[in-house]
Design a protein around this ligand. Structure first.
Ligand code: SF4
Length: 572
């Protein structure tokens, strides 16, 4: 397919870390099911997300006194609140959870520190914004809010002042306001508290708006930071629009346009940006046959239904058997595919997110949800029957055990049996264990080669690769605004440690393979595996330095590593 215009989506678009953290927190609380969950004011300024949260039973109140249930949970949103308001809600019979963004808290501390030393505070921001109301609470009654240099010029003379910015303030406005204040204060402390994610968003916006014919700013009309972003774009680009939903895009907007830049406010979810991107593509599309549309849907269905993941498991089982020097058994390959297909499809059916399901998800998990779950179950039963027929008793029992554990993993179990599921990274470890068992250990058990070094090596190899695969999936899920908890390594360890971990996997695997090569052990096979690992390295680099692709493409790219590996092993 080809398009009339080149469309670029801002790498910084999507929920900022503060908003993402607050949303994750309320969704986790709702999932725990310990009573009603309320937020003090709307969690974010985005109608569609608020609607989704309401569907999950999370409601906003303007005042804590509106909550009648004792023991209900009240969440303080990312903007934060004044300290006296916090003390008041904590005095109520409520379970108060503070989801104030750590970067807003940093501004609280800055203001309180200087206020304690007797400095007045000047906040450059919107006086009515919840974050600014919260900041004012830390100024010890000596706070002033100005929207820009003009209002700063009207302030009374201040002896000693600390000037801070609302975290989403425009950099230029802050600098000009500081200049206006210089003559009005005896001593002026300048604390540029515009947060790092906002700076990055503004930097990218400035750069790309100036180079584009049309800028589309996506976000709530009542979102201050989206409105500010739009103001910046409107000054730089020949044409700019601020929309909330994709259906607000009209075809004539794209007339004569050859470059489009899509950006979004801090409270706009990735799935909404993806919908806008899809609509912009549809409106700028020159030629796209019905066949191309059908093929695209088929690909979406293949990936979403976990058929592609099952193919990846078959490929890994093949590479593992070759590495172990075992004959390639069709039964073992089928077992690996069925086992992985069954568990992944079951887990996918239980996944949650703030996103509206795409066409494939709608079809598989909403319209034909029961049939999909039944197919997943049948595939698992088929895998176990196959294990009973083709392997020994121990192997069969282990297959049934691992499958049972995997099926129960997404669900809450009595007697705290699901405690392991809450461990940091547990999901990635469980996934890697399951794959390593069915793709490498099970063939070894069946052929009685478990005691051989080659089999042990294949198990370690499969475990490590699948662990890295699962961690990368976690990154993709977080970028797609899906709900993931600490059971996900990326969520528990943070971006830096996660990328360090997946890179360490590459170094470890290559070191082992090179050592084997130097020992002249199965040289052509090892050479093929060394080469295959470079695809994995390329993937890490691509995800790290470029915007994470949308989740279906990310999944295709990640699972393709096993197909590439198997292909290289096959021709070796
Ligand atoms: S805009 Fe910045 S300070 Fe505000 S919630 Fe987001 S990350 Fe935190």
């Amino acid at each position: 397919m080809s398009y009339r215009a080149q469309i670029t989506v801002a790498a910084s678009a999507g929920f900022c870390p503060g908003v993402k953290g607050a949303i994750d927190k309320v969704l986790e609380l709702a999932k725990e099911n310990k009573g009603p969950v309320y937020t003090l004011g709307p969690l974010i300024h985005n109608k569609q997300v608020i609607q989704t949260l309401e569907e999950k039973g999370i409601r906003a109140v303007n005042d804590a006194s509106e909550i009648k249930e004792k023991g209900a949970t009240l969440v303080i949103r990312a903007h934060g609140i004044p300290p006296e308001a916090e003390a008041a809600v904590r005095a109520l019979a409520l379970n108060v959870v503070d989801a104030t963004c750590p970067l807003v808290k940093k501004v609280h501390r800055n203001i309180a520190e200087w206020a304690e030393k007797g400095y007045s505070t000047v906040i450059v921001g919107d006086a009515d914004h919840a974050e600014v109301i919260g900041l004012m609470g830390y100024t010890a009654g000596r706070g002033h809010v100005v929207s820009g240099p003009e209002e700063a010029g009207r302030l009374p003379r201040l002896e000693r002042a600390n000037v801070v910015a609302q975290t989403t303030q425009e950099g230029d406005v802050f600098v000009k306001t500081v200049e206006a204040l210089r003559g009005r204060a005896g001593e002026l402390i300048v604390s540029n508290t515009i947060c790092a994610p906002t700076r990055e968003r503004q930097r990218e916006t400035l750069e790309l708006s100036a180079r584009s014919d049309l800028v589309i700013v996506v976000g709530g009309r009542n979102s201050a930071n989206t409105a500010r972003l739009f103001q910046i774009c409107a000054k730089l680009a020949p044409r700019a629009v601020h929309i909330e939903r994709e259906d607000e895009l009209e075809p004539d907007l794209f007339d004569g346009v050859s470059s489009v830049f899509i950006t979004a406010g801090a409270s706009t979810p990735v799935w909404m940006i993806e919908k806008v991107l899809a609509r912009a593509r549809a409106l700028t599309e020159v030629r796209r046959s019905a066949l191309a549309g059908r093929l695209e849907f088929l690909w979406l269905l293949t990936v979403t239904s976990c058929v592609f993941t099952a193919a990846a498991a078959v490929a890994l089982a093949y590479a593992s058997m070759r590495l172990q020097g075992l004959p390639t058994s069709a039964d073992m390959l089928a077992l690996a595919g069925l086992f992985v297909f069954s568990l992944h499809l079951t887990n996918r059916a239980a996944e949650k997110g703030t996103a509206v399901p795409d066409r494939a998800k709608q079809l598989l998990f909403v319209r034909f949800g029961r049939a999909t779950r039944a197919i997943a179950l049948l595939a698992g039963v088929a895998a176990i029957v196959l294990a009973a027929r083709t392997t020994g008793t121990v192997a069969f029992l282990l297959t049934a055990f691992f499958w049972g554990m995997g099926m129960l993993y997404p669900y809450k179990m009595p007697l705290g049996l699901d405690t392991f599921a809450k461990f940091p990274g547990s999901k990635d470890i469980m996934t890697a264990l399951g794959w390593a068992f069915v793709c490498a250990a099970l063939p070894a058990l069946s052929y009685g080669s478990l005691a051989y070094k080659s089999s042990q090596l294949a198990i370690v190899f499969a475990f490590t690769l699948v662990f890295a695969r699962s961690v990368m999936f976690g990154i993709s899920h977080v970028h797609s605004d899906m709900i993931v908890g600490n059971e996900n390594f990326y969520k528990a360890a943070g971006p830096r440690r996660t990328y360090a971990a997946v890179l360490s996997v590459f170094i470890f695997m290559e070191a082992v393979l090179i050592a084997l090569k130097n020992l002249a052990w199965k040289e052509p096979l090892v050479n093929a595996m060394i080469a295959g690992m470079f695809y994995y390295l390329g993937l890490i680099i691509f995800f790290y330095f470029r915007r994470m692709p949308e989740k279906t493409l990310a999944e295709t790219l990640i699972d393709s590593q096993f197909l590439i590996l198997a292909g290289l092993v096959w021709i070796s």
